[in-house]
Design a protein around this ligand. Structure first.
Ligand code: NAD
Ligand code: MG
Length: 397
């Protein structure tokens, strides 16, 4: 296949699980991709090593102190400019030198840089689902207004994207699509009793049976909040409603999601649980390239299983659906409360089973307002974080 373009890329969140998988795909195709910028939060040494290998034009540390350290570590490479803070992140996300941005910062911190990429009409590879969950319609309107090319990297959404006609991504009913079947692994505690969920530890929560991921999304997978965020993500990306999206727990994590058509056909995308597949799909789309992923061995897997999610033991999925229905700022509150609760759990200050309790109480204590502007979203995010911390304090006294 003839390579038509060399893509110039900024990778937001280069030291994370998605960032490193992206660089692994890029490493295999030096003729196709060149790295313009790499960014990280605090992991200076890791970013310095990546800069030595990929020789970006710019490196950004979100933390200003860390940026100074990085500049020192890279003093023998004067061609790499070191920037810091949100300003630096937004600059490299919207630089005229690039055409593609991998949005792989975790959590709300990724919204502004991802939005900067959208507004600069880039190809935006969206891993940072929290950005879309928080700002929903505002985000999709910005994509349409700028004519940005938004490609889903979340494995389920990338699977759905691959199973839909390209010109009907935002009009599934127009393509004869009746339902989206969103698969979920069920996480490491799928078979735990409600009682057992009270005593699980952060390291157990982060030991996902099928996927190797960052800590926050690993906990989200264990609570099923990840599927809740993905339900909202699917509704915005594919312009549909929760009634038309059905979660199927599929513990093998080989079918990454499915699309059901009016004639009874169900199209599925299958593959090994390795994020390099959706990343390569987004980087090269509409072409296909080697992602370094082992072919899936269906004989070794043998059987596929499907279950309905248990919303009693895992209320986060229900809370996410309710927040989407409530609309306005409710999904931003859901996301902020979840980020605070997950951080408290990881620090040993909150029991796993109380994560949904904190989110539900924070949603109950925070008024829903119309999501008219990004300023409103950020104000609600700040308010919800303070309320979630209050609720954690009330639980632990
Ligand atoms: P991770 O924790 O491994 O990496 C996060 C990256 O974001 C790091 O490079 C970190 O330096 C950077 N970062 C963190 N806080 C920041 C801040 N305040 N400012 C700037 N940068 C900051 O996370 P991950 O697993 O790679 O996930 C990244 C995103 O991709 C998340 O939104 C996650 O939901 C999504 N995602 C991940 C996977 C996966 O398999 N890991 C799959 C689907 C979607
Ligand atoms: Mg996913």
């Amino acid at each position: 296949m003839v390579t038509e373009v060399t893509r110039r890329i900024s990778i937001l969140g280069a030291t994370g699980s998605i960032g490193l998988s992206t660089l692994d795909v890029i490493r295999r195709h030096p003729d196709r991709f060149s790295v313009y910028a790499l960014t990280a939060s605090t992991r200076v040494e890791e970013l310095a090593m990546l800069c030595r290998e990929f020789k970006p034009r710019v490196a950004v540390m979100a933390d200003p102190g860390a940026a100074q350290t990085l500049a020192g570590l890279l003093s023998d490479l004067p061609d790499i400019q070191v920037l810091s803070g949100m300003e630096g992140l937004c600059l490299v996300a919207s630089a005229p030198e690039i055409d593609t941005v991998m949005a792989a910062i975790v959590g709300a911190a990724g919204l502004l840089p991802t939005l900067a990429a959208v507004r600069a009409s880039k190809r935006v590879l969206l891993a940072n689902k929290e950005a879309l969950v928080m700002s929903g319609k505002l985000f999709m309107d910005a994509v349409a207004e700028a004519g940005a090319e938004l490609l889903p990297i979340d494995s389920e959404h990338n699977a759905i994207f691959q199973c839909m006609p390209v010109d009907k991504i935002r009009d599934p009913a127009g393509a004869g699509i009746t339902r989206i079947l969103l698969t979920a692994s069920g996480g490491p505690f799928r078979e735990h009793s409600a009682e057992a969920l009270r005593s699980v530890t952060p390291s157990q929560a982060c030991a996902h049976p099928n996927w190797s991921m960052g800590q926050k999304i690993s906990v989200d997978s264990a609570t099923l909040m990840n599927k809740g965020l993905e339900l909202i993500e699917a509704c915005w990306l594919f312009n549909t409603t929760p009634e038309r999206v059905e979660v199927h727990v599929h513990p093998e994590s080989i079918i990454h999601s499915m699309v059901e058509y009016a004639d009874g056909s169900v199209l599925a995308q299958l593959g090994s649980p390795d994020m390099r597949t959706p990343i390569a799909n987004g980087l090269a789309w509409p072409e296909r390239i080697d992602a370094g992923v082992a072919p899936v061995d269906l004989f070794a897997i043998g059987r596929f299983h499907f279950e309905r999610p248990d919303l009693v033991r895992f209320p986060c999925l229900r809370l996410a659906a309710e927040a989407f229905e409530a609309g306005g700022t409710a999904p931003a509150v859901l996301n902020a409360a979840n980020e605070v609760a997950v951080a408290a759990f990881l620090e040993g200050n909150l029991c796993f089973a109380d994560i949904p309790v904190i989110i539900e109480r924070t949603l109950g204590a925070t008024a829903v307002e119309p999501a008219d502007s990004f300023e409103v979203i950020f104000a609600k995010d700040t308010e919800a974080r303070a309320r979630a911390r209050e609720q954690i304090g009330l639980l632990t006294v």
